[in-house]
Design a protein around this ligand. Structure first.
Ligand code: FES
Ligand SMILES: [Fe+2]
Length: 432
């Protein structure tokens, strides 16, 4: 592994080094501001980003702002119920138009010189237009849209990149696991509650690596699990999924495109949900999809969508870097009107109890991320090791790499795609 500080290193993609029996990441990837800036260009501004869920902006004029790296965007529902994603900058001299996280604007009026726009992005009016040249046309001065957007079963994604692959191509093999996650809603009507928001003092990639890391929970969350166990447990294990499963003990999957899963291969239910309500839910899933598909649907699973979205049993989490060593996290509890209110509220409370900023489990990881940042920028540690489970992976005919629950299969998948995108940027001369 070459040292990033050495004059011979010109490419960030060199920071990942893979051999048949070894996989290492230079610590430079976590603390170098040039790497961070290149990641913004080559990853966050180049691939698909989660913008929100349509249930967050249910009424015409409702908007939500999203900060992606240094770029601000907003999504807004227009009068025809279409959802638009715009760069959050006025078409006149660029002032940000939406300056709260959520709100409602039937007309978007700029705070600077009061140009006003429709939620569909058209320039509606401006004070004293006669002073502009005769050639000035309102049609030419609408808001700038994100290059591509998609509404995938209520989840809104967008990209700044006109040349980004289609959303379907971006998802690739992850589409199957995304679909299984959607089926948990039974009637397909997930909504999201307002996010738990918090920040940690560490690089954004620590969260990406962690959410599909089955090696750490019994260590980092030992005290939390012990405490929760004393009170009946926040999550109760049900045997429906695990019986006779090929992957008993859980598994990890590395998918192309940098996506991955961490699967316990059992069904976990909130202890705040009574047994009969839980059974009714399982029966409904089986009735709708059949026993075999239901087994896959109900298996506890974290799906990481590269680079920064995790679909979890009762939670959708997304995180954005706000610097090389600071990350903002948004954990959206899932709400579901298609199931019994007792089940919906039990799971909602469960996600608060476990994963909120003051939950039992989530903060443990944040403490580790800060420790990892401290270690990564300390002199003397050249490279981090992600070789657990190498040489023992099963590679399927569709190219999935499968390992045991504690293997670092998902992390390797993440870093391979990181390398691909950083390399693509270098080839374009974006970042070196
Ligand atoms: S910057 Fe928006 S009206 Fe001038
Ligand atoms: Fe954790």
């Amino acid at each position: 592994m070459r040292d990033r500080n050495s004059p011979i290193v010109r490419e960030f993609s060199d920071l990942v080094e893979e051999r048949e029996d070894d996989f290492r990441i230079s610590t430079t990837a976590y603390w170098d501001r040039k790497v961070y800036e290149a990641e913004l260009s080559n990853i966050f501004y180049a691939t698909w980003m989660f913008l929100g869920h349509e249930s967050e902006i249910p009424m015409p004029g409702d908007f939500k702002t999203v900060q992606i790296g240094e770029r601000s965007v907003f999504i807004i529902r227009d009068a025809s119920n279409s959802i638009n994603a715009f760069i959050n900058a006025c078409a006149h001299r660029g002032a940000a138009l939406c300056r709260t996280e959520y709100g409602n604007k039937r007309v978007i009026t700029c705070p600077y010189h009061a140009w006003s726009f429709t939620p569909g992005g058209k320039l509606l009016g401006l004070p004293d237009p006669s002073r502009f040249p005769a050639s000035f046309s309102k049609e030419e001065h609408g808001l700038t849209r994100m290059a591509q957007t998609v509404n995938h079963h209520g989840l809104l994604f967008g990209t700044f990149n006109t040349k980004a692959p289609s959303f379907e191509d971006y998802l690739g093999p992850a589409a199957r696991y995304f679909d299984l996650w959607l089926k948990r809603a039974v009637d397909g009507t997930f909504k999201v509650g307002r996010a738990h928001k918090y920040a940690y003092c560490g690089n954004w990639k620590f969260q990406s690596e962690n959410v599909i890391d089955g090696y750490h929970p019994q260590i980092v969350h030992r005290a939390a699990f012990g405490t929760l166990g004393k009170f009946g447990g926040a999550n109760q294990r049900k045997d429906f999924v695990g019986t006779n499963d090929t992957f008993q003990g859980g598994c990890t999957r590395g998918l192309s495109g940098g996506h991955s899963t961490l699967e316990a291969r059992v069904f976990f239910e909130s202890s705040l949900v009574d047994a009969q309500t839980s059974k009714q839910y399982i029966d409904n899933v089986i009735a709708k999809y059949g026993a075999e598909v239901a087994k896959e649907v109900l298996s506890n699973r974290h799906l990481l969508l590269f680079p920064n979205v995790a679909l979890m049993d009762h939670l959708l989490r997304v995180w954005f870097p706000v610097g090389v060593d600071r990350t903002e996290v948004f954990s959206y509890p899932l709400r579901n009107e298609g199931i019994s209110p007792a089940l919906d509220s039990g799971r909602f409370l469960d996600s608060q109890l476990m994963f909120s900023a003051s939950g039992f489990v989530g903060p443990d990881d944040l403490d580790i991320f800060a420790a990892a940042q401290t270690g990564a920028r300390s002199v003397g540690v050249g490279a981090l090791v992600l070789s657990r489970g190498m040489e023992k992976e099963t590679i399927t005919s569709t190219g999935e790499r499968i390992g045991e629950y504690g293997d670092e299969v998902p992390q390797r998948s993440f870093w391979r795609q990181w390398q691909v995108l950083m390399q693509a940027g270098e080839d374009k001369g974006v970042c070196s």
